[in-house]
Write a protein that binds this ligand. Structure first.
Ligand code: PLP
Length: 386
């Protein structure tokens, strides 16, 4: 066993997928978003998620699609970013569904695919201003061009920029989608999808949408908007949200959605040395930390090379069901924690998992939730078990 490793619980992934596809069974298709090496979980995740009811997958690039196909040759896969036009043969060999959202691209695509027909999802830009068509006529023309040239428009979709909890942007995007696609018959397109996990949990289903995409939530994190706790800050939040809600007549939001999800990723290491430090001594680079009292510390063989990040806004680790704080600068491959007398060399340490939630892990270095998962997954030995 390596000193540090990431454990991926495939049974948890299957469980999460089943929970979601059962609870939201009003959707006909579930697209599991597995870009970024399945958010750091590896493409082994695909078969587990498929067993739990996810029937379509989405990646970002041909390289990701190739890695996915090592594990699953049959399942439908949508590539969310435009495939380079000189690599369409590769896309065909991988049996990819292409996302098309640009008229210049489409024109060249049509010329290059005289004898090579694809399944396509039309990408609509309703205000994210990244990929996608943003003109009503262009959208209709693209649909007609694709179908008249023998391609299959299997899907059409947009992406939300916000969670729509107290901002008007979410509802505006939904409204714009309806306007932009009004020259098409949406009911004749097999897959219409609007949003990602937070839209799935936080908002009702749009009557014209029959498919949903989900990322983070499948990996075991309930990202539903939460209701207000106690305290002054929450009172202010509630007041502000209520104000926007009335001002913009926002659609209702589901808060505190109960979902029995299991985080699939845990990240562990072990203590490689312990020592005592006397009051007044410094620990680590730049003497950034001075011991105020005599203490025992444990050295761990992980640092920013392992996806932890270099910043420390109060990181803690778990050893033997107790939490201990990081002291001193986080190095490339090592960090120190302040421990008690019970801790010894070789003790198992949990960096993510147990008491340490993904929220705690990521906040401690100023990382986003998905960013933290991707960083951990990419930079450590991964062990998949079911
Ligand atoms: C990443 C991504 C998703 C998944 O988002 P989550 O917030 O993880 O659910 C969905 N759709 C698109 C287009 C994406 O890029």
């Amino acid at each position: 066993m390596p000193d540090s490793y990431v454990k991926i619980d495939l049974a948890a992934l299957e469980h999460n997928a089943r929970i979601l596809t059962t609870k939201y069974s009003e959707y006909k298709h579930f697209i599991g978003v597995v870009k970024g090496d399945a958010y750091g979980h590896g493409y082994e995740a695909v078969n587990a998620l498929q067993k739990g009811g996810v029937d379509y997958f989405a990646v970002s690039s041909l390289e990701e699609a190739k890695a996915l196909r090592e594990h699953n040759k049959e399942v439908s896969v949508l590539c969310l970013q435009p495939v380079s036009l000189d690599r369409l043969d590769e896309a065909k060999a991988l049996e990819l569904t292409l996302a098309i959202g640009d008229t210049d691209y489409l024109k060249r695509f049509i010329i290059l695919t005289k004898n090579n027909k694809f399944k396509v999802h039309q990408q609509i830009d309703t205000g994210f201003n990244r990929l996608g068509f943003k003109d009503q006529k262009e959208i209709k023309e693209a649909y007609d061009t694709l179908t008249q040239n023998g391609h299959t428009v299997e899907g059409i979709y947009q992406h939300f920029a916000t969670a729509g909890v107290f901002d008007p942007h979410f509802d505006e995007q939904a409204k714009r989608f309806v306007e932009l696609t009004s020259l098409l018959d949406l009911s004749s397109i097999p897959m219409v999808h609007m949003g990602s996990g937070v839209a799935l949990l936080g908002h009702g289903k749009f009557p014209f949408a029959n498919t949903t995409r989900m990322g983070l939530v499948m990996y075991g994190y309930n990202i539903a908007p939460t209701s207000y706790g106690g305290g002054m800050k929450n009172k202010l939040r509630e007041y502000r949200d209520g104000y926007y809600r009335r001002k913009y007549r926002l659609s209702p939001v589901n808060k505190d959605v109960a979902l029995d999800l299991i985080p699939a990723m845990t990240f562990k290491t072990r203590v490689i040395q312990t020592k005592t430090v006397k009051a007044g001594e410094y620990i680590g680079y730049d003497c950034a930390y001075q011991a105020k009292e005599d203490m025992k510390i444990a050295v761990l063989p992980v640092g920013y090379n392992n996806g932890i990040g270099r910043q420390d806004f109060g990181r803690v680790v778990e050893i033997g069901e107790k939490l201990f704080p990081v002291v001193g600068e986080i190095g490339m491959n090592m960090l120190c924690v302040k421990v008690d007398d019970s801790i010894k060399t070789d003790d198992e340490v949990t960096l993510l998992g147990g008491e340490i939630t993904l929220g705690m892990f990521s906040r401690s270095s100023g990382l986003g939730l998905a960013e933290a998962l991707v960083g951990i997954g990419k930079n450590n030995v991964r062990i998949h078990n079911s």
